[in-house]
Design a binder for this molecule. Structure first.
Ligand code: NAP
Length: 271
């Protein structure tokens, strides 16, 4: 299968108002000259990015404001995005986490996480796969999962579960696709420096995080070269290889200590 070519093509990025999505938008515009559909809830941030990229990268940008935790808004956004038949690719990146004891996660927070990280991703993937299967068009979808899907993270238990769901779902679905010009890829980064990891709870873990520029660059590489599952960073890949040789309970126990320590330190700072 040949590489995806983004120049002058329309690419949807969800969660484009900050972090990984925002940086992928910048790199796709500047380095690949792609036209972009930027989706998130914060309109002013998307409008700013649109103005910047249209001026500095000379590409076309559309803004779609939608709350992906609401299925009606997911459908409405997709109706609009797919209406002209021009979409070439999509990066399903929007996501939320909760870092703390699972017993302290409210049911409402859990439902929002489930709707955003799982339900909206499945709904969008269904519609996008259908679009490419029926049209036979060339294109691709990149689903942003996490290394937490491969090695579940204590104190982000529900988040790890959401990321494992989409990894498992997309990995299996890849093998149902009949359009030889369409690819479904999964991106599984470790920690990244973004708004998601900016809070006090993550303070002690900053040394483990990857710069967002590198994470975006490797994500676009995985998307363009139509990888199945891709983990960025040599250290993450080598670490993952060795971690796979050890009992999962041992690895999860070690991670539990590191994350619990970070939480205790953050709590102590609050007081
Ligand atoms: N940071 C990490 O360490 C890390 C590691 C592995 C994987 N990831 C994954 O990478 C992806 C991007 O995260 P990030 O680190 O870049 O975090 P981020 O900076 O917090 O960005 C999250 C993005 O998702 C959007 N979003 C959140 N809830 C939404 C909703 N209900 N509807 C629409 N958009 C919503 C946010 O936009 P609005 O607030 O404007 O809606 C924002 O643009 C996530 O899927 C995350 O799980 C992150």
């Amino acid at each position: 299968m040949s590489k995806l070519q983004f120049k002058d093509k329309w690419i949807l990025i969800t969660g484009a108002s900050s972090g990984l999505g925002e940086e992928m938008a910048r790199q796709l515009a500047h380095q690949h000259k792609a036209n972009l559909v930027l989706l998130a809830r914060r309109k002013e941030k998307l409008d700013q990015l649109k103005t910047e990229l249209e001026k500095e990268a000379d590409v076309s940008v559309k803004v779609v404001v939608a709350d992906l935790s609401d299925l009606n808004e997911v459908d409405k956004a997709l109706d609009e995005i797919l209406s002209d038949g021009q979409l070439y690719g999509a990066i399903l990146n929007a996501g939320v986490t909760y870092f703390g004891r699972h017993v302290d996660l409210t049911w409402e927070q859990f439902q929002i996480m489930l709707q955003t990280n799982v339900v909206s991703v499945v709904r969008m993937t269904n519609r996008l796969v259908n679009h490419f299967e029926t049209s036979g068009n060339e294109g691709g979808v990149l689903i942003v999962s996490s290394m937490a899907a491969l090695f579940p993270v204590p104190y982000q238990s529900a988040y790890s579960g959401t990321k494992a769901f989409i990894l498992s779902f997309a990995t299996a679905l890849t093998h149902e696709i009949k359009n030889p010009r369409f690819s479904l890829s999964i991106y599984a980064p470790g920690g990244i420096v973004t708004e998601m990891t900016a809070g006090d709870n993550f303070h002690d873990l900053q040394g483990w995080l990857m710069p967002v520029k590198q994470a975006a660059n490797e994500g676009i590489y995985a998307f363009q070269t139509r990888k199945g599952i891709y983990v960025p960073g040599v250290l993450n890949r080598v670490g993952g290889f060795f971690m796979n040789l050890m009992p999962k309970s041992f690895i999860t126990g070690k991670m539990s200590k590191v994350y619990e320590k970070a939480l205790i330190k953050a709590g102590a700072k609050d007081k």
